[in-house]
Ligand binder design. Structure first.
Ligand SMILES: Nc1ncnc2c1ncn2[C@@H]1O[C@H](COP(=O)(O)OP(=O)(O)OP(=O)(O)O)[C@@H](O)[C@H]1O
Length: 262
């Protein structure tokens, strides 16, 4: 495993951008431990009226001691079965979830799909492009300059004038990626967003991920598509029940994962 790790690091050969050191993440779910207590507002009210004790707290230890280092120029595919901890790991790297033990050190502020500020569902796609660019630190002029390219990349055409709440999940994901991809990032985390696009959009976005890598950033790509990981990434991390099962060059990890899961 150590050999693979070094091989992956060598492929990118840049400075470290993310260091994950013995990371643990624990979710606390209130009222989930007792099968009879469904945790609805009615049961909460009943408990209040009857002065019963607070429901027990169930802990879900989603990440159980993960360590690795990502480098400039790395495109890291994150693979693993449903519920293995991929999204939790990504959210912890982005600083959206606290570590219950260990730490994440990152260069700059990792962007979770690039636009950390949520897009506004009541506003048009066009207006969200402008706000998204400003939220990523562009000047108004820069945002205006990039506008047409972002709209074209998104492929939303006339729908760009419609409020975002009228968009399908796929349309929303395309717009988010198009905005995020308009800027270089030290660390960009793309969590399943590309899965919703059609073939054309997937090709465009995979190409853009390669360009972002060349601009000396690190890209994490969570995907259930092993082909996409093998095409897009130089390195892959296989997460299994909250720990790293394998970390190495993308093709080797994808093959090992497929061997076990097909
Ligand atoms: N908000 C939450 N509260 C409690 N438990 C959670 C929460 N989010 C995730 N979990 C639990 O943490 C574990 C890891 O979930 P996570 O979403 O990180 O997995 P994943 O690998 O991204 O799955 P998928 O491939 O289905 O998206 C699972 O056991 C899940 O039930």
């Amino acid at each position: 495993m150590a050999e693979l790790n070094e091989a992956a690091a060598g492929a990118a050969a840049g400075q470290p951008t993310v260091i994950v050191d013995d990371l643990h993440v624990v979710y606390r779910v209130i009222g989930a431990a007792n099968g009879k207590d469904k945790g609805t507002s009615a049961t909460a009210l009943k408990r209040l009226l009857l002065r019963q004790q607070r429901p027990s707290v169930k802990e879900v230890h989603a990440i159980r001691g993960i360590s690795f280092t990502a480098y400039e120029g790395d495109a890291i595919g994150v693979v693993g079965r449903n519920g293995s901890g991929k999204s939790t790991l990504m959210r912890a790297i982005a600083g959206l979830l606290p570590a219950s033990q260990g730490a994440v050190y990152a260069l700059g502020q990792p962007s979770f799909l690039g636009v950390n500020a949520a897009l506004m569902s009541g506003l048009s796609g066009e207006r969200n492009v402008e706000l998204g660019c400003l939220a990523m630190g562009m000047s108004r002029e820069e945002a205006r300059e990039r506008h047409d390219d972002i709209v074209e990349f998104s492929g939303l055409e006339e729908s760009i004038k419609m409020p975002m709440r009228t968009y399908s999940t796929g349309m929303g994901a395309r717009l988010r990626f198009a905005i995020a991809a308009a800027k270089s990032h030290d660390v960009l985390i793309v969590d399943e967003a590309l899965a919703t696009g059609d073939r054309d959009f997937r090709q465009k976005s995979e190409q853009r991920i390669q360009e972002l890598r060349k601009e000396a950033g690190t890209v994490f790509l969570v995907s259930h598509s092993m082909k996409q990981i093998a095409r897009t990434c130089n390195r892959a991390i296989w997460v299994d029940e909250g720990v790293i099962r394998m970390d190495g060059d993308a093709e080797t990890v994808v093959q090992a994962y497929l061997d076990e899961n097909s």
